[in-house]
Design a protein around this ligand. Structure first.
Ligand SMILES: C[S@@+](CC[C@H](N)C(=O)[O-])C[C@H]1O[C@@H](n2cnc3c(N)ncnc32)[C@H](O)[C@@H]1O
Length: 415
């Protein structure tokens, strides 16, 4: 077994013959490195995809497929499907191909990754996440120390009295992350930060109750992209009978949570690739706030991965930008100011009022910029796309316009 522990030392994997393809770790490493390599060169994917078809179906079959005018989005979707099926089926053909790709592409991949100086090179898998450490700092006293805003704060939906709100505040005994650890949420307004997480937590509770699916004692919950726990903390402190998991691609957040949330919290760092270290059918709820609004590559594979880890009857609660968000973008202050700020770096669209006065240009409309390592895209999905693409993996229960601030909420259920 020869998976280099540090690709900077030896970017090339062992020759194909030396790899034990039945080893799950090798399989995963190959898969991860390959997907990443391909994902940043869609033109390359196109070439490869045709080669694959030719190899698989012979020239005739290939010719008939090649006649189709495949645009980038279709190719991307096909590619995702194929990767997902390969992963799911553990198909030998796919695995052999992944290994071959890895051999020829590893050098190029390592080079590309080496230029991203913030990437943590721990092993092949970690290379696809963000590094960074939170050195014990970056925290403030628990929320009860910030209640000066409480007297005039509006009561969140689901909280009847100010006394009840105070009880909920006092129940939460963990430090708050300081402003720098909060992904820009609520600047110096620490109590507002805490309240916004409570509101999102209560909104999930109420949607689950509406669908006769309240979380039972012992239920397992995962937040994908939990950052420093704005919402996650409420699943820990507003109830004490849940098994709470959180993950993020950002190592700094994962560190912070490990240091400041109760030990019973299960936190791990995941990668941008759709693969979670969680067994099949084991979760009752997966939720993600403002994560799919940034996921461009492998969005459908991520939905498939969430479908895999959900137990039958389990729910997913995911916030998105849709055509509705597009229509209200002028009043979605934070979203608009992000896009306007990045305007010069966004090449595909001319960001401005004229653009937003028209309809959503594509079923997947993606704004990309390059100056940040994460959150460097803003993605809008049409509800048609969501119903069609996500609906193949999970039942779409409802799409709630402005269910989370200016973002819509997609509620899905594992059949
Ligand atoms: C805008 S922030 C939202 C943070 C948090 N969900 C909240 O609402 O407070 C997006 C977060 O998602 C994380 N993220 C982005 N892509 C991810 C992925 N594929 N898997 C897990 N986390 C991801 C980022 O590192 C960041 O912490």
């Amino acid at each position: 077994m020869s998976c280099p522990s540090d690709p900077q030392d030896d970017p090339r994997p062992a020759p194909l013959g030396e790899l034990d393809l039945d080893d799950v770790r090798v399989h995963r490493a190959l898969r991860d490195a390959t997907i990443r390599t391909l994902s940043h060169n869609i033109g390359y994917v196109r070439g490869w995809f045709f080669e694959l078809l030719e190899q698989r179906y012979g020239r005739e079959g290939f010719a008939s497929v090649a006649k189709l005018d495949l645009d980038e989005d279709t190719l991307r979707a096909w590619f995702e499907d194929w990767v997902q099926r390969t992963i799911a089926s553990d198909e030998r053909f796919g695995r052999r191909w992944l290994a071959e790709m890895m051999e020829t592409e590893a050098g190029r991949a390592a080079q590309a990754l080496a230029t991203r100086d913030k990437v943590a090179f721990g092993d092949w898998t970690r290379a696809f996440a963000l590094g960074g450490r939170s050195e014990g700092g970056g925290h403030l006293p628990p929320p009860a120390q910030h209640v000066d805003g409480l007297g005039h704060a509006d009561l969140p939906r689901g909280v009847e009295t100010r006394a009840e709100l105070l009880e909920r505040v006092v129940a939460d005994t963990a430090p708050l992350p300081d402003t720098a650890q909060r992904e820009g949420y609520h600047g110096p307004r620490h109590f507002d930060f805490w309240m916004s997480g409570l509101e999102d937590y209560l909104a999930i509770e109420s949607v689950l109750a509406r669908h006769d699916a309240p979380l039972a004692a012992g239920a397992r919950v995962l937040e994908m992209g939990c950052a420093s726990g704005r919402v996650l903390r409420h699943f820990l402190f507003q109830r004490d009978d849940l098994e709470v998991w959180g993950c993020d691609i950002n190592g700094g957040h994962v560190d912070w949570l490990g240091q400041h949330l109760p030990e019973r919290t299960r936190i791990f760092q995941n990668t941008v690739l759709p693969s979670l270290p969680i067994p099949d059918a084991s979760l009752d709820l997966v939720y993600a706030f403002s994560v799919f609004t940034h996921i461009d590559e492998f969005e459908r594979s991520w939905i498939a991965e969430l479908a895999r880890v959900l137990a039958p009857g389990g729910f997913a609660y995911l916030t998105v930008h849709t055509e509705h968000t597009w229509s209200i973008v002028e009043r979605a202050g934070a979203l608009m100011s992000d896009l306007v700020r990045m305007r010069d770096q966004i090449s595909d669209y001319d960001v401005g009022p004229e653009l937003f006065a028209g309809p959503l240009p594509k079923d997947r409309t993606v704004f990309r910029w390059t100056s940040a390592l994460s959150n460097n895209t803003s993605v809008f999905y049409s509800t048609r796309h969501i119903r069609r693409a996500w609906g193949t993996f999970l039942e779409i229960v409802e799409i709630i316009p402005e269910g989370a601030g200016y973002q819509d909420v997609v509620v899905l259920r594992k059949r």
